[in-house]
Design a protein around this ligand. Structure first.
Ligand code: KG4
Ligand code: ZN
Length: 359
């Protein structure tokens, strides 16, 4: 029997200030004891995107209260935690430094281990926080800063199978929303508009759809949306464009996910079960979830889709990554510096969406 592990997780890589306490008991049962997320969306809205200095200042103002709330809600005495995990990258440098400094201070003061977590590893390990998923599995990470297919081989072991060669998917959703006059971040609102629109109202391109491999590209689609928007005459046209955009994205993902699954299967022939996992803010889109559920059925994969609140940025995934890394003895020093660029697969060649967050 292993020992009980309790981690404090801290997340401040972009515009969410978050803290969480996660516990794994001696039998391996995992419980999220608290998961506090404070979003800065309203503060950045007037600027149409995240303003780094404004975000950092807001983190500084809130971080202590958020950590205190997470500890109080969990019922855990801070002195009894096993360790502290804080996001160390990728993300905005000034924002990362706020959460890391708070985490380092608490760890030093309590004389507990400090773990510097890759935000993307937090997303990548979330399915193991919510279910008993074994390595390896195929992950599609779709957020505001990244869009990539990864083979998750183990803790700290990632192989990138494909990535966007230009914009991230969340960025494409947000830019389409901006063109339609929707406030930042417009992804969730595009989903609402699309419900009222005709998906065949506009014909949009599917960049690099027939290219081999599972790389993605969304820049051309965004430009096409901009051209199409010139034809908008009324609100219904806006709904139609949102529906056509979302439909096109789903078509692209359907084809590319199948290609990624084929690639995964070609090197994992002995797996008894094959899992497909989605993570990142865009993974909370309901049409994308049901579309990819069907793809999993067609390809014989079991789909593991974490609940929407664990797909978007949170600190429970950081605390959990802390527990997973602690069990592998992957403990860091408090001299660890923030890494604004930090791809999960360090050997894969640099491409824009492969580990640069929000820059
Ligand atoms: O993972 P996340 O919370 O933050 C990072 O980028 O790391 O993802 C935020 C992104 C934004 O681009 C947002 O518009 C998009 O996820 N998003 C959505 C939906 N909810 C959030 N995009 C499409 N449909 C949604 N329902
Ligand atoms: Zn994220």
């Amino acid at each position: 029997m292993s020992k009980e592990l309790i981690f404090l997780g801290i997340e401040s890589s972009c515009d969410e200030t978050a803290a969480s306490i996660v516990k794994e008991d001696k039998k391996g049962n995992v419980t999220i004891l608290s998961n506090i997320v404070s979003s800065q969306i309203e503060e950045h809205k007037p600027f149409g995107g995240v303003v780094p200095e404004l975000a950092a200042r807001s983190h500084v103002e809130k971080i202590d209260t958020i950590i205190k709330k997470a500890v109080q809600k969990s019922g855990v005495v801070l002195e009894n935690i096993t360790g502290v995990a804080a996001t160390a990258g990728p993300g905005l440098l000034v924002c990362l430094m706020v959460g890391m400094s708070a985490g380092k201070t608490i760890a030093t003061f309590l004389n507990k281990p400090f773990l510097a977590i890759n935000h993307l590893e937090g997303h990548a390990l979330t399915p193991r926080l919510v279910g008993k998923v074994k390595f390896p599995y195929l992950l599609l990470l779709i957020s505001g800063g990244h869009s990539q297919f990864l083979e998750v081989q183990g803790v700290n072991k990632y192989k990138r199978l494909g990535t966007t060669i230009d914009d991230a998917l969340g960025e494409a959703f947000d830019k389409t929303a901006k063109i339609l006059g929707i406030d930042f971040p417009g992804g969730p609102q595009i989903e609402e508009y699309a419900k009222l629109g005709n998906k065949n109202g506009f014909v949009l391109p599917k960049p690099i759809l027939n290219k081999s491999g599972c790389n993605l590209s969304f820049a051309g689609l965004k430009t096409a949306v901009l051209h199409a928007s010139k034809k908008i005459k009324d609100k219904q046209d806006k709904y139609d464009l949102a529906a056509s955009f979302q439909f096109t994205i789903n078509e692209i993902l359907r084809v590319k996910c199948k290609k990624a699954m084929e690639l995964f299967l070609s090197t994992n022939k002995k797996n008894k079960k094959n899992y497909f996992v989605i993570a990142g803010g865009v993974a909370s889109n309901k049409t994308i979830r049901s579309n990819l559920q069907q793809v999993c059925k067609d390809m014989g994969f079991e789909n593991i889709f974490p609940p929407a609140n664990l797909c978007t940025d949170n600190a429970a995934m950081i605390a959990w990554a802390g527990i997973e890394r602690y069990k592998k003895n992957l403990i860091d020093d408090t001299t660890f510096s923030a890494r604004p660029r930090w791809p999960l697969d360090e050997k894969a060649p640099f491409l824009k969406g492969a580990g640069v967050d929000h820059s």
